[in-house]
Design a protein around this ligand. Structure first.
Ligand SMILES: [Zn+2]
Length: 223
């Protein structure tokens, strides 16, 4: 299915995976001429960004997807590496190094956010637990695992505190305690989890790509 008509996407508003109509598309190309006096070559580089706005047929809400590629950032066969990301509604980046189990638990939480707040929080907790395991935490419970990540400086102290709140709420959900999981609380927990996952998985990658871009601008390559 070409993006001109639409695409089958998971709607992060209602949780349905459905065909969505493409209602708008915006493309922006930045190009720059590079000259390397040392080897006496001139060439141009392109940074392309494409935004697609889709409308969900089930709930009517809007999803905004961004695709981008940089002509110098290529696969072995020379094709540019395409990076694709849902930028609205809020969802974490699947294209990063995040292991599948972690992303799937996060995605499961999004799918039930409007159906069952307690199950949503449990799934967020599962995503964190898997993140801890992936980062080498072998402690016997989530709190100790998170503490290990904070002590190892994989998590900064403020995110560690957020994760602790999530852990407490997850416990309450698991033991059917009398906690009201209202939409605002659930949304905040999703936001916290996303920040933690972005910090652990996406920020290092973003830093690397900025360093790579700087290397190109300065006429040198950083591996
Ligand atoms: Zn929807």
């Amino acid at each position: 299915m070409s993006p001109e008509q639409g695409a089958v996407l998971l709607c992060y508003h209602c949780g349905n995976k459905t065909f969505m109509d493409l209602i708008n598309n915006h493309r922006l190309v930045n190009s720059d001429d590079i000259s390397d006096n040392y080897v006496n070559v001139q060439y141009s580089v392109e940074f392309v960004r494409n935004w697609y706005t889709y409308a969900c047929k089930v709930c009517g809400e809007i999803t905004l997807k961004r695709e981008e590629w940089f002509s110098e950032d290529t696969h072995h066969d020379g094709r540019p590496i395409l990076k694709s990301q849902i930028v609205y509604p809020q969802v974490t980046n699947k294209e990063s190094n995040m292991p599948n189990g972690v992303f799937e638990a996060f995605e499961a939480a999004i799918k039930v956010r409007h159906l069952d707040g307690a199950i949503c929080v449990l799934s967020l907790r599962r995503a964190l637990e898997r993140m801890c395991n992936d980062k080498g935490a072998t402690q016997r419970n989530l709190y100790r695992k998170l503490k290990f990540l904070a002590d190892s400086k994989i998590l900064p102290p403020i995110l560690d505190e957020m994760a602790y709140i999530l852990k407490q709420l997850g416990n309450a959900a698991a033991h059917a305690d009398d906690v009201t999981f209202d939409e605002h609380l659930v949304s905040s927990m999703i936001e916290f989890t996303q920040m933690i996952l972005d910090y652990v998985y996406n920020m290092p990658e973003k830093l690397k790509s900025v360093q790579k871009l700087m290397g190109v601008v300065e006429g040198r390559v950083i591996d």
